[in-house]
Design a binder for this molecule. Structure first.
Ligand SMILES: [Zn+2]
Length: 179
């Protein structure tokens, strides 16, 4: 089981992340740390496209890739760009609870009808759903973010990566303790 651990004070931040861009992200968003000035972004944030989330971070602090479920499997070139050209050496992967990419199949009828209402033929909408839903289904939010973080660590060995969770109810970031 993975656990979401509250990050309320600096002492809560795992030592591996303290004084790294990941620790700073937690301090800015959760602990009201004064926003520092940056000229070059030290961090890449991967987070869901969901509209209910807003981060408190300084300007120029982070590249941000937003996708369904914070799934970066189909954004690899952009991740590589942020690392290779942008020079980032830290990735914060932020999942969130109540994510629409969990149990997608339960929303099939809604999805298809929504596209029909937007002008698609029903059969095309159904084919579209069946083609893409398995690619974007994430299962469980926290398990997915942890497995995706592990994949990124293997892919980019000199980049630190941390799995985080955004809770919709309190708009705070939690560290996902990996087990
Ligand atoms: Zn989501």
């Amino acid at each position: 089981m993975n656990h979401a651990i509250a990050m309320d004070t600096r002492a809560d931040i795992p030592t591996d992340y303290q004084d790294t861009p990941i620790g700073r992200l937690l301090e800015y968003h959760n602990m009201a740390r004064a926003l520092d000035g940056y000229t070059q972004a030290p961090l890449l944030i991967g987070m869901c496209m969901d509209h209910r989330k807003n981060l408190r971070i300084p300007e120029n602090f982070a590249y941000i890739i937003r996708t369904g479920g914070a799934n970066l499997r189909y954004s690899e070139f952009k991740v590589s760009y942020a690392i290779a050209v942008g020079g980032v050496r830290a990735i914060a992967l932020i999942g969130h609870n109540q994510c629409g990419m969990v149990n997608l199949i339960a929303r099939q009828a809604l999805f298809v009808q929504g596209l029909v209402d937007a002008g698609w033929a029903r059969e095309t909408a159904e084919r579209h759903f069946h083609h893409f839903a398995p690619m974007f289904e994430i299962g469980d939010e926290m398990d997915f973010v942890v497995s995706e973080t592990k994949r990124l660590r293997l892919r980019y060995p000199k980049v630190i990566a941390a799995p985080l969770l955004y809770r919709i109810e309190d708009n705070r970031l939690y560290w996902i303790q990996e087990t």
